[in-house]
Design a protein around this ligand. Structure first.
Ligand SMILES: Nc1nc2c(c(=O)[nH]1)N[C@H]1C(S)=C(S)[C@@H](COP(=O)(O)OP(=O)(O)OC[C@H]3O[C@@H](n4cnc5c(=O)[nH]c(N)nc54)[C@H](O)[C@@H]3O)O[C@H]1N2
Ligand SMILES: Nc1nc2c(c(=O)[nH]1)N[C@H]1C(S)=C(S)[C@@H](COP(=O)(O)OP(=O)(O)OC[C@H]3O[C@@H](n4cnc5c(=O)[nH]c(N)nc54)[C@H](O)[C@@H]3O)O[C@H]1N2
Ligand SMILES: [Mo]
Length: 669
């Protein structure tokens, strides 16, 4: 007999989609969209439509393993959890004694986004006193920049875009990364409203927009400033609003006045007349809205650009009207539960060493000052997702480094493990989820037992805590008990639930709350902060990205068939992606004698990486764009895209994944 249960997508997308899983109580037979989910309402991506194929993949790691070949060779033998636990505990105790806790470095990111399973490792590493990881690999510069202007003000809810009179889709591959917002954009166009795309690579979104404006990567701040210059020059700004409800308008105005479209053309590559036309259209629109992705923020100047775009969105006073303003991510919802109950910062006795995730390569190769002796990866795949890949591999090859990887598949990171531990899928564990694009909170309880010997992050860390001899009751709880603990100490977002809502939530349901009123600015002064005195650079202006001496700007574009390195286990999805393509503008390709489908090598001072050329008008001139993340098993090459990316961090301490340069040549094979 089979039955159907609700569950939640655990991956790093804005919506935490609602799913239904058909199961016989032992296996997951089929997964489809949950039409009752308050946000996703039955619309889910193609990847999750066959989640059961991932869960039941023959390539899953099902037992703990010990390395028997050379590091990176991928040869392992099966061992028991007891053997693995003893080996890890013995090694950690030795390192604690000889090198101290800061020689142990955990690495995790967005493998699973639930509160319990994502945060539970922190309790273990806080208890050890190990290094803390600065988690700025994704879009944190975007969040910090927005907050520097808007404080805790809510952004627009995607559905509110129905009330917008003009939508600028700015640096967002909505189709790949925010599919639930696509119907709103399509509806807007049907209603005769214009949707304009501002992109460095418009390949997927151009067909869904009325106009595409291709911009040189990393220069969006100059475009935003020049649009404000035109708006101010034409007197289309809301002067009363800017003077009365914003801080620093007058101080900012001279910067605006010098930022002419001609100046911006030289920086952005967008013709001055196009900037002028776009600015007029934006300035004259009743309720213009910007739908903002995060690609533009992964540059040295990312935080600054992430301030300038919200300032533009406010320049005409649009935030005061329904549908006017900016729709990005909503980090200000809730809080629903207190994640510190999982992460246990109180377990840390002295402040530990902080390591920025964007600097893992140099952390692992530093054998003099701050040596790392143990590297523990869970819920992440840094060899594929973090910059400076060659350096990271050099570190992982160190014979004196002890590497543990808790994974579902033999990823490029797992290949370097000394001990490999088998991890579960979301349906095999219990967790709760807060979305970042909506104000929702969901519970997703275990539906089936883990396959093989797999353990959830929670169970694995509790097991290792016992092996280490930790006495804390926290490590003796089950994940169900942890969930109960969180729900029985509700935070603001759960305080006003009705009994019926509580019942639904506890039964793998989702509760949804409206976004806050965006016409009331939640900043310390109640005013929007054009100038922010708390920052090193109080008055916003255009700053150059890092760049470099090579001619082409290299960017990464999310792919709709995969999610970072997740779903590479699915032959159907991988086949649809084809080989690792490097997209080039036809003029850049012609200058280098490159044609569609040619084998090419991209290189810079860090590495040489092989791709297949894809020649398209939908990438900005002077740009080389790579879609999504691949693995060495698929490309057959050890080094991938991220080998070309430096460890430099942005003005907000975040990734500069898109801010690197390369040259490209045709390869003769
Ligand atoms: N299918 C799928 N879904 C995903 C992901 C995935 O890989 N695949 N990733 C998930 C994750 S972890 C995240 S953080 C989100 C990301 O979601 P998004 O914010 O939509 O994606 P970004 O990576 O920010 O890239 C958006 C666009 O920015 C463009 N871009 C790059 N540089 C610039 C620039 O300087 N200026 C402008 N205007 N555009 C630029 C790229 O061409 C790209 O199309 O999506 C999540 N969802
Ligand atoms: N080239 C390139 N690099 C990128 C990006 C890009 O677009 N292009 N995107 C960047 C962005 S936005 C992000 S957020 C990061 C993501 O960086 P990561 O989180 O490091 O990368 P993922 O590829 O999402 O890998 C997550 C891994 O966690 C595993 N996993 C899933 N669930 C669990 C679990 O419950 N327990 C354990 N132990 N493991 C689990 C998965 O099998 C997968 O291998 O990558 C960044 N790097
Ligand atoms: Mo991300």
């Amino acid at each position: 007999m089979t039955y159907i249960r609700k569950t939640i997508c655990p991956y790093d997308c804005p919506a935490t989609c609602g799913l239904l899983a058909e199961t016989d109580g032992k296996r997951i037979l089929k997964v489809f969209a949950d039409p009752e989910h308050p946000v996703t309402k039955g619309l889910i991506c193609r990847k999750m439509q066959h989640y059961e194929q991932s869960i039941n993949s023959p390539d899953r790691i099902l037992t703990p393993m010990r390395r028997i070949g050379d590091k990176g060779e991928g040869k392992f033998e099966a061992i028991t959890w007891e053997e693995a636990g003893k080996e890890i505990a013995d090694r950690f105790k030795k390192i604690l004694k000889e090198d101290g806790p800061s020689a142990i470095l955990p690495a995790y990111y967005s493998g699973t986004m639930g509160v319990i399973q994502r945060k539970c490792g922190e309790a273990f590493f806080n208890r050890l006193g190990a290094c803390s990881l600065v988690l700025k690999l994704c879009a944190s510069a975007k969040g910090s920049g927005y907050e520097a202007v808007m404080g805790k003000t809510s952004c627009l809810e995607p559905e509110e875009l129905k009330q917008s009179s003009l939508i600028l889709v700015w640096s967002s591959n909505v189709k790949a990364t925010r599919i639930q917002a696509m119907p709103v954009l399509q509806e807007a166009r049907r209603a005769g409203k214009r949707v304009v795309l501002i992109e460095a690579c418009s390949r997927e979104m151009a067909p869904y927009c009325d106009e595409t404006i291709l911009i040189r990567p990393g220069t969006d701040g100059a475009l935003a400033l020049a649009m404000m210059e035109v708006i101010a020059e034409q007197g289309l700004q809301d002067e009363t609003f800017l003077r009365e409800q914003c801080l620093g308008y007058e101080e900012f105005l001279p910067i605006v006045k010098q930022s002419t479209p001609e100046w911006a053309e030289g920086i952005t590559g967008i013709p001055a007349e196009v900037i002028r036309r776009l600015a007029l259209e934006f300035g004259q629109a009743e309720t213009p809205a910007i739908f903002l992705g995060s690609g533009f923020s992964r540059y040295g100047n990312g935080g600054m650009t992430a301030r300038l775009i919200p300032i533009l969105s406010a320049f005409t006073g649009a935030w005061k009207k329904p549908g006017g303003g900016l729709c990005g991510s909503e980090h200000n919802g809730g809080p629903f539960v207190d994640s510190r109950r999982v992460a246990r910062p109180d377990f840390r006795k002295t402040p530990g060493r902080m390591v920025n995730i964007n600097c893992l390569g140099s952390a692992l190769t530093d054998t003099k000052k701050d040596i790392i002796k143990a590297f523990f990866v869970f819920g992440g795949n840094p060899v594929n997702s973090v910059c400076n890949q060659a350096e990271m591999i050099r570190g992982l090859l160190r014979e004196d480094l002890f590497t543990v990887v808790h994974e579902r598949f033999l990823t490029d990171t797992a290949l370097y493990a000394d001990i490999l531990l088998p991890a579960v899928f979301s349906v095999e564990q219990t967790d709760c989820f807060k979305a970042y694009g909506y104000r929702t909170f969901s519970v997703g309880r275990k539906l089936v037992d883990p396959q093989g010997e797999c353990k959830s992050n929670w169970d694995m860390f509790c097991f290792l805590a016992q092996a280490m001899g930790f006495e804390e009751e926290h490590f003796k709880r089950t994940e169900e008990e942890m969930l109960e603990d969180l729900l029985s100490h509700p935070e603001q977002g759960l305080l006003e639930l009705t009994e019926d809502e509580w019942r639904k939530l506890r039964d793998n349901g989702t509760i949804r709350q409206p976004f806050g009123d965006h016409s009331h600015f939640k900043t310390p002064s109640g005013k929007l902060m054009i100038v922010n005195k708390e920052l090193e650079d109080p008055v916003p202006c255009y700053r150059e990205p890092y760049g470099g001496e090579y001619p082409l700007r290299l960017i990464s574009v999310p792919d709709s068939h995969t999610l970072n390195s997740i779903f590479l286990e699915r032959p159907d999805l991988v086949a649809k992606r084809g080989p690792a393509a490097l997209m080039l503008h036809p003029l850049d390709a012609a200058e280098r004698g490159i044609s569609e489908g040619d084998p090419v090598t991209a290189w810079n001072d860090l590495a040489q990486v092989e791709f297949t050329a894809s020649v398209t008008w939908q990438v900005a001139r002077g740009t080389a764009a790579v879609s999504g993340v691949y693995s060495s098993a698929i490309t057959g090459t050890k080094l991938l895209f991220n080998a070309l990316n430096h460890e430099r961090i942005s003005d907000m301490g975040a990734t500069t994944l898109n801010d690197n340069r390369v040259d490209v040549k045709r390869r003769t094979e």
